[in-house]
Design a protein around this ligand. Sequence first.
Ligand SMILES: [Zn+2]
Length: 498
Amino acid sequence: MSGVLGVTLRGMEALPVEVEVEITGGLFAISIVGMPDVAVRESKERVRAALRSLGLTLKGRVSVNLAPADIPKEGALLDLPIALGMMKTLGVLSNCPNALYMGELALDGRLRRVRGAVPAAFLARKLNLPLYVPTENAEEVALVQGVEAYCADSLSELAMMLTGAEEPRPVPPAVIPDIKPVADPDFADIKGQAAARRAAEIAAAGHHNLLLVGSPGSGKTLIAKAIAGILPPLTDEELVETLLVRSTLGMDTKPTRERPFRTIHFTASTVSICGGGNNLRPGEVSLAHRGVLFLDEYTEFRRDLTESLRAPIEDGFISISRSAGTVTYPSRVLLVLAANPCACGYFGDPVVPCKCSALDLERYKRKLSGPIMDRIDLQIHVPRLTPEELLSFSNNKENPPESSAIIRERVIKARKIQQERWREYNLVCNAELPEKLVKRCLILSEDSKNYLAMMAAKLNITGRGLSRILKVSRTIADLAGEENISKSHLAEALMYRQ
Ligand SMILES: [Zn+2]
């Protein structure tokens, strides 16, 4: 018996798996035990062919044991340690250092990219072991600092490295370039919509969830997409967090400081949005982690779907319990919702008349409520522009719309002020301020307090609504670089209330 360490995934976490191979006499057969899934069971065919490409033929009864036995093993990433375990047992691999090995084998012995290389790199760092990966995974592994990693193109190349016949190929740690990502779409390309642009800027600055209400064709989706481009670039730490999600899913892991932007449609399933399912993969809300999660046509979403999003939006993470244990995914997102103003879509439109009855309008208003709506800080109307307006905006060459880069500079400045202010509470932006700290930390002058009390009575705002207005006012004041929340800041925040 001789163990080789491989890796399996549970959610976004990599777990070590010891692969033990025993070969005895008798008729040829391979069996794999230790809760393998279909992909692991199929690995015997790939491994057998890959070994044949090295001129090795398996004979006798081959037993592969994956330990610990109580953890489900999944995917093709165990091909490599299984092959190495067999080579070790056959006595053709004189040296197999204590390390983590991962990789899928092609029939000709080439090593293929696998999902989960970034979690595996975290595990290697934790266990203080070297990590061997397919060359195609090297780029993402390089982004995890403090890992001793090596890569190879094929099983034969790796075998030669291990036995010293070839120089090992270390994966050098990558430096993530400090380039500000280019905004796409850019606010410079969005005509008019002064109010929506302003609301988007406040949302980005204080990390406030936003609802855009407008008729079809008003450009709600474009504005939502543009918000990702005015958020500050991802920090190193945030970048690795987003990478971890994408690596777990086997997606593109090109390092970028661009904030994620993910759209979910009302036809999506709870599993695809929140994650889970048989293989415990993260969902859309985790792919949007540290970026923007956009729910288009919000009123069409089923109640159970919005209900399931409530906790991840509020907590910044999702926990999913399975018999094998609990997995946790990150879900710190800026939520942007879009909705039509009414069922027919044209309530308040300058050109097309609304066909809804009073009852329709009332019923629609009820749809615009519920667990997610309670988490919205800013609500703004996005009017559809008339052809004349569009034309006049296009002809106005002296006053071109501000670019995303300029808006982002203001957002970054406001974020810095917030980070300084909330450092002692370990918060980074105004929207995160918990209820109990709002009263203590957001203090108004006597004058402003009277004004807010008067408006609150007039508009029937209580409790949570008031905290929301205070937090948004704080962000508006931060964008202006002002220390105190003034009446004008409160007045603007009141404009965005639900
Ligand atoms: Zn209508």
